[in-house]
Design a binder for this molecule. Structure first.
Ligand code: GLY
Length: 413
């Protein structure tokens, strides 16, 4: 009896020490993030009032965008996560100010990214403050996003037009896998209002994507193009990946995250099966490096995969990593680990490894460098010859979200 008691005590003490160590890891990362984002706030405020941090230029200086790009919600969202961890009132004031600049977007219908733009900013603002004005902004934004849904295609239209990398073909109803992320705003609006039409749009979009965007082996197409009149699939191509038949790392990350979130909101086992299939395709892939930070595309430079004739991917002969895909995937896996039964532990361990790689000197920038962004070595779009091996504001956002989810895992208190 006694030896058993002492070995159990020893194992529990080890587990306690382990949990403590991981909380120290999270704490150190948030303390680092506070230093970087304080510097970024100063820099961002010295720029024009309505421009939102996104990346850096060749000289290492911050590049920002106007609010109509797809990324303005991530800087306010990062400030909200940092406030949530630190409870620093100055940060909540900054997060509020940066969030409220985006209010005009509530009626924006120009592309599908309203979910990213508003749910990462106003969604976190409402979650942490309960301010009813924010709830109303989110509901109006969901109405605007819903205008891009067609019952004929069963999808929300991503971009108004997509020009193929092959020849001069253009498509008028492109849907990209990233669009799964925008559905969270619709689920929120449905719960907030009791209006199930938002939920209907989200579930229909997810079912269509499950059928047309996810391949039988659980890898993903980036862009699926529909015939507006018949709803038939007329093209499956890539915009930001290496080739039409390859798997763009961030696209797969969006899919893992998106289907996990749709399972959370619906409890439909088809979405869980899809999320787990997508996740396992990613974490057990032969081309995923040992540090679990993917190359920008799982099939870059492989035989059997050919970029379109106009794609800049034809010119790139190395394989940059994409830390943004890793940050998104880590965050998704931490949520999925809670739904996946006995497989959950493997997903959690994979996420843990990704977070530790991202938090190492290989990917996390020294304080005051990297334009004050947190993570280095991300890829925006190689086909467009844009944002290659740079920091990206959304990598930082999902890194902070993943650290928050990691802190909150059962047993990690
Ligand atoms: N949603 C655009 C991207 O992931 O680059």
């Amino acid at each position: 009896m006694k030896p058993l008691f002492f070995s159990l005590l020893f194992v529990s003490l080890l587990a306690f020490k382990e949990a403590g160590t991981e909380q120290d890891f999270v704490r150190e990362n948030f303390s680092y993030a506070k230093q970087q984002l304080d510097l970024m706030l100063k820099d961002a405020e010295s720029q024009k009032k309505l421009s939102f941090p996104r990346t850096i230029n060749a000289g290492g200086k911050m590049v920002s965008t106007n609010m109509y790009d797809w990324t303005p919600g991530f800087f306010p969202g990062s400030l909200w996560y940092l406030y949530e961890y630190t409870k620093d009132k100055t940060l909540s004031a900054e997060a509020t100010a940066w969030t409220e600049k985006l209010e005009p977007l509530k009626t924006f219908t120009g592309h599908h990214d309203l979910g990213f733009m508003m749910y990462c900013s106003y969604g976190n603002a409402y979650r942490l403050t309960g301010n009813p004005a924010y709830r109303n902004v989110l509901i109006q934004a969901a109405r605007s996003l819903s205008t891009r849904f067609s019952p004929v295609t069963g999808s929300i239209k991503s971009w108004n037009v997509f020009k193929s990398w092959h020849g001069n073909t253009t498509y008028n109803y492109p849907v990209i896998v990233d669009n799964m992320m925008n559905l969270e705003l619709l689920f929120f609006a449905s719960k907030a209002t009791g209006d199930t039409s938002f939920r209907h749009v989200a579930v229909t979009h997810a079912l269509t994507a499950m059928k047309n965007q996810v391949r039988p082996d659980y890898s993903t197409y980036h862009v699926v193009c529909y015939d507006t009149a018949t709803g038939k699939v007329v093209g499956r191509e890539t915009a930001q990946g290496y080739a039409d038949n390859s798997t763009w790392a961030r696209g797969q990350a969006w899919a893992i995250y998106g289907f996990t979130m749709v399972y959370r909101e619906t409890k439909d086992p088809r979405f869980l099966k899809t999320a787990m299939g997508l996740a396992e395709w990613y974490i057990y892939h032969k081309n995923l490096p040992a540090d679990m930070i993917p190359y920008w595309d799982f099939n870059a430079l492989e035989p059997g995969y050919t970029p379109g004739e106009r794609s800049n991917a034809l010119k790139v002969k190395d394989k940059p990593r994409d830390a943004s895909a890793a940050a998104i995937t880590a965050s998704a896996l931490l949520e999925l680990s809670g739904y996946a039964g006995i497989k959950g532990n493997a997903y959690k361990q994979a996420a843990e490894k990704m977070l530790h790689s991202l938090g190492s000197a290989a990917y996390r920038a020294p304080v005051g460098s990297n334009g004050n962004f947190l993570l280095m070595h991300c890829v925006g779009s190689i086909p467009h010859n844009s944002e290659i091996d740079v920091p990206l504001v959304y990598a930082d956002y999902y890194y902070l979200q993943a650290l928050t989810r990691y802190r909150d895992l059962p047993g990690k208190k």
